[in-house]
Ligand binder design. Sequence first.
Ligand code: PEP
Ligand code: MN
Length: 369
Amino acid sequence: MILILQPNVDMRGGEYRRLMEALGALPNVQARVHHVSGAEQTLTEVYLIGDTSSLAVEEMQALPCIERVVRVSKVYRVIGRHVDDRRPSSFEYNGVTFSQDSLTLFAGLCAVDTREHVEAMLKALQEQGLNCTRMGAYKPRTNPYSFQGHGRQCLPYVFELAGRYGIRVVAMEILHEAHIEEIDEALAQAGRPTGVMLQIGTRNTQNFELLKSVGRQQDYPVLLKRGFGITLEESLSAAEYVASEGNQRIVFCLRGMKTNMGDPHRNLVDFAHVPVVKRLTHMPVCIDPSHSVGTREATPDGILDVQHATAQGVIAGANMILVDFHPDPAKALVDGPQALRLEELPNFIEDIRIVREAYERRVGLARSV
Ligand code: PEP
Ligand code: MN
């Protein structure tokens, strides 16, 4: 059960104390308090966990400070959509809004290799009016002898350049709790010129301790990738781990499933699940066409498979696109074969615009009946 408290409730006031006392007296029920800070107000929600089936909604509604009571019926208590659930499906971070209605492009390097490549990438983004990117510093590699990413050593110039080129949010994968600290220190030292969205990669979707770590902190939003060999329900439960620890600023990313049924693509594109995730949860949904498709192959009509996959996600209502570009793909240290070239960026953006417009017209059509 979720108790949504009146906005800007005074946590030191008598009413709040009486509420907590009443909740503390409920047998076999534990109360977890979450704060959601918005631009204008702070919302406080109390999650009641345990034996809540005997609690009456009306009884809870009568307690002090309560605005609304939502009875949760599913496994995704925090991230899920429930009956009478009017909680927002959006959040703001560093001036960028992430919502189930918006669309934001994160084009960038799979892995940071040189300062020059980072700068060329960011400059190209700025020229196109984009303010988000992806930059991998910590790389999870299948082979221990492969390049593992430059790690903390590249963070100072990545953040400095991001700030210089007007980047508001950098999606950056972390593999360990210590990486959050490293990112935070580097951002602080650079004077916080940009923001970071902590990416949990497909190999770590069920690294529960890492999920709890990104869930416990509230400074950075989380981009959680779907596990490539587990069910959608299992991956959504991973998102619930993050949210249940207190951080609800999560974007869920589809990135293809590992099966040779997807051949000749690197993974089987799973973007038909964009609407499913939006229906089941409040999370904005990202698509990663690069790691899904994995090649630069094109169809006879001249459109790249990566663009076709992107279009499939966008026409289904995707809210974010994570895509690999590189100034010189042949020199990329990770995933060069799937990277698009900087000259292809304007075309890529225009293609997305066309498809997004078609999606918006589809929404208008659906709402008109
Ligand atoms: C990545 O985005 O760089 C990445 C490694 O993706 P995934 O975790 O989906 O394989
Ligand atoms: Mn990659």
